[in-house]
Ligand binder design. Structure first.
Ligand SMILES: Cc1ncc(C[n+]2csc(CCOP(=O)(O)OP(=O)(O)O)c2C)c(N)n1
Ligand code: SF4
Length: 287
């Protein structure tokens, strides 16, 4: 157990007062402290959005990248040095919209990465357009007559795409969220933590109060986290009851444990002279 102060920086988070992302940041700091991880061994990768500013507010290595491209950057970091704790932090627009293809393949691959999605059901940074998670009928600047499509269900998507840890948190339940974040980081494999993180400025529909009237904890409701069928069934609940907690967890081996070269040792530590000889051999075939 380390001090939470170790993961703090001087810079103040620039989110609007009351934004759900503050609880996500705090949850990450508590989880990292509780796991006693050294900031130099942690990398947080993000895309673009209010939520994607998070790496700048926490003491660790960070990479603030391109919109929707956090997952490939994080995968590259993990493949290069799988001793690092790699965390992705970003928004629902970033991850479930423009970055959706990467998201699905990352879960299939099962690299040991934790993906923390601050799901506010709108595009916040660009001052409210519809996100892939916006409720049908929601009026935004890009949907003046209401969203026509049904929303993406990230929990169901993760379950059928092979994620080995699938959970939902809520910024209005900060202690529970911190615990879930810790469990997700501890899990060996791809972890999705979809966090209902209200945008107090632009989403007047899915507010803290709206969630408080609906959320319940799976662990208090006789849920079996080893049953994908039970998890899928729970993932369909939304209108009146919204489950929080771990939907599903399994121990499928990670990509880095199964891959022939990586399982020997992290790529960054592998002797470069052998690699040079291999490259020379390869080049010979083309000359
Ligand atoms: C390639 C590209 N397309 C569009 C944008 C504009 N853009 C910036 S952030 C964003 C959406 C952010 O929404 P989300 O990921 O949900 O984050 P939030 O701001 O709500 O936390 C968009 C569309 C961009 N920066 N780059
Ligand atoms: S606009 Fe919304 S998501 Fe962005 S910082 Fe403000 S409350 Fe948070």
């Amino acid at each position: 157990m380390a001090e939470i102060a170790l993961y703090k920086v001087e810079a103040k988070a620039t989110w609007c007062p009351g934004c759900g992302d503050f609880a996500v940041l705090r949850g990450l700091q508590i989880a990292l402290a509780s796991l006693g991880l050294n900031p130099k061994d942690v990398v947080i990768v993000s895309g673009i959005g209010c939520s994607s500013n998070l790496p700048g507010f926490l003491n660790s290595y960070g990479f603030h990248g391109l919109h929707g491209r956090a997952v490939p950057v994080a995968s590259g970091i993990k493949l290069a040095n799988h001793d690092l704790t790699v965390i992705i932090a970003g928004g629902d627009g970033d991850g479930y919209g423009i970055g959706l293809g990467h998201f699905i393949h990352a879960m299939r691959r099962n690299l040991d990465i934790t993906y923390v999605v601050m799901n506010n059901q709108v595009y916040g940074l660009t001052t409210v357009q519809a996100a892939p998670t916006s409720e049908k009928g929601m009026v935004t600047k890009s949907t003046p007559q209401g969203v026509l499509e049904g929303p993406v269900n990230p929990i169901a998507l993760a379950l059928v795409s092979g994620a080995t840890f699938v959970a939902r948190g809520f910024s209005g339940d900060a202690d529970h969220l911190a615990k879930l974040t810790e469990e997700g980081i501890k899990h060996k494999g791809f972890s999705l933590i979809d966090i209902m993180s209200p945008c107090v400025t632009y989403n007047r529909q899915n507010t803290y109060q709206w969630f408080r009237e609906r959320v319940y904890r799976l662990e208090e409701d006789n849920h079996d986290i080893q049953s994908v069928n039970q998890a899928l069934k729970r993932s369909q609940e939304w209108e009146d009851r919204i489950p929080l907690g771990i939907f599903y967890k399994d121990s499928r081996p990670t990509y880095e444990r199964e891959e022939q070269v990586l399982k020997y040792m992290p790529l960054v530590h592998q002797p470069i002279d052998q690699t040079v000889e291999l490259v020379k051999e390869l080049v010979k075939d083309f000359t």
